[in-house]
Design a protein around this ligand. Structure first.
Ligand code: SIN
Ligand code: CO
Length: 388
């Protein structure tokens, strides 16, 4: 029997995926109690002021709370002066700043890593919200501190209209059928398109574990990029076989078919398509969050073997693989990477979310070179075992 998961309130991952994922909301009380200890409101305020952090400060006018303003990062101390009664601070990718938060992704391992977006945190005082809205994302909203009242309403789609003249895509109304207050550790899964409205009941932090999907435009863009890299495709095509004379203003059906065929021939090249898709899906959302690595050589690694270190994925980096005819192919941070067969099995476990002990079993020139390369590119990080 499929085993039940506490984070899903005792139902199995299989049942969650079949019945709820992308379809309907799920409320789980006390799903992730450990999240309560990680950040406090003051930490979020400090983080929002740091360089490179992506944050937004959303305010509602005291005179007319239907008037919203949004200030995007970089945020300055001055932005927090003369605050109205109702405001919300949103900070993206907090999982890149806290290992403890990044660790919590493991609780969602029933969804593959390539679907992950980031963990956003929202901070508000009583009454603060980001308004009634919907997202095109799957999101697990987890209460981290204080309380937030969540209302859920109708399903929306690309045709749904928004309140005019506001800097946020707000819904004019919501047909509320769910109304619950979440306390620290409580979780609410909201599928894409479902309207939702979360209002702080007191000083509160709410985490959004967001999941992304590529869109066709992005995929097309990457495919185009890959073809642009091929100089052979820059040569003009040979002409169609001309056995008839046509009107000079016309492009005949035949001619169009011929040109389309030439395009399709390339698009049938599955290696290029796979490379384009894998590159896109391994692109980091916030490349600036990837720290510059300290240069390390294979000699340093040799010395570090058996000294109590672990190799882990850098939280802001992305590492994905596909398996084809027994070969494992890797992409990291938007590019295909080449590593030795010996290391591939190990790297696969890291991509699957585990850490890898840096011990004698990795004592091999090729493996150490691969590890050094991945550390120098900040795809992997080396952490002391007890700090893991
Ligand atoms: C919030 O936490 O206030 C916003 C999260 C969301 O509605 O997606
Ligand atoms: Co939302």
């Amino acid at each position: 029997m499929a085993h039940s998961l506490d984070i899903l309130g005792g139902i199995s991952a299989e049942r969650f995926l079949a019945e709820y994922w992308q379809k309907k909301p799920l409320l789980v009380r006390n799903a992730l109690p450990e999240i309560a200890q990680i950040l406090e409101p003051k930490d979020v305020l400090e983080l929002a002021l740091e360089d490179n952090v992506t944050a937004r400060l959303i305010k509602q006018k005291d005179r007319d709370p239907k008037q919203w303003t949004v200030k995007s990062s970089p945020l300055l101390k001055a932005d927090f002066q003369k605050m109205p009664k109702l405001w919300t601070l949103l900070v993206q990718a907090v999982d890149h700043y806290s290992f403890d938060l990044a660790e919590l992704w493991k609780q969602f391992s029933f969804i593959p890593q390539w679907r992950r977006d980031d963990i956003m945190v929202s901070y508000a005082q009583k009454g603060g919200s980001v308004g009634q809205h919907f997202d095109f994302y799957d999101v697990f909203l987890v209460q981290g501190y204080g309380h937030r009242r969540w209302q859920l309403g109708q399903m929306c789609d690309a045709d749904t209209s928004f309140v005019e003249g506001q800097p946020l895509r707000l819904l004019p109304e919501m047909d509320v059928h769910f109304d619950e207050v979440l306390a620290p550790g409580d979780l609410l899964y909201v599928p894409p398109g479902l309207s939702h409205y979360g209002v702080a009941e007191d000083e509160c932090l709410t985490y959004s574990f967001g999941f992304r999907m590529p869109n066709v435009t992005e995929m097309m863009d990457r495919v185009t990029d890959k073809f642009t890299d091929n100089p052979l495709l820059k040569n003009p095509l040979t002409d169609i076989l001309r056995d008839q004379i046509s009107a000079i203003g016309q492009v005949t059906e035949n001619e169009l078919e011929y040109l389309k065929e030439k395009l399709f021939e390339q698009l049938q090249n599955s290696t290029v398509l796979e490379d384009a898709i894998m590159s896109l899906m391994s692109e980091p959302k916030y490349p600036d969050n990837i720290p510059e690595a300290e240069e390390i050589g294979t000699g340093d690694l040799e010395e570090a073997l058996d000294q109590g270190y672990q190799l882990m994925l850098e939280p802001a980096s992305r590492l994905l693989y596909t398996e084809q005819d027994g070969d494992i192919l890797f992409w990291a941070n938007g590019e295909g990477i080449c590593i030795s067969d010996e290391f591939a099995v190990h790297l696969k476990t890291i991509a699957d979310g585990q850490s890898l002990a840096l011990d004698e079993s990795l004592y091999d020139a090729d493996i150490l070179e691969d590890i050094a390369m991945l550390l120098n590119e900040s795809v992997l990080i080396l952490v002391p075992t007890e700090a893991e």
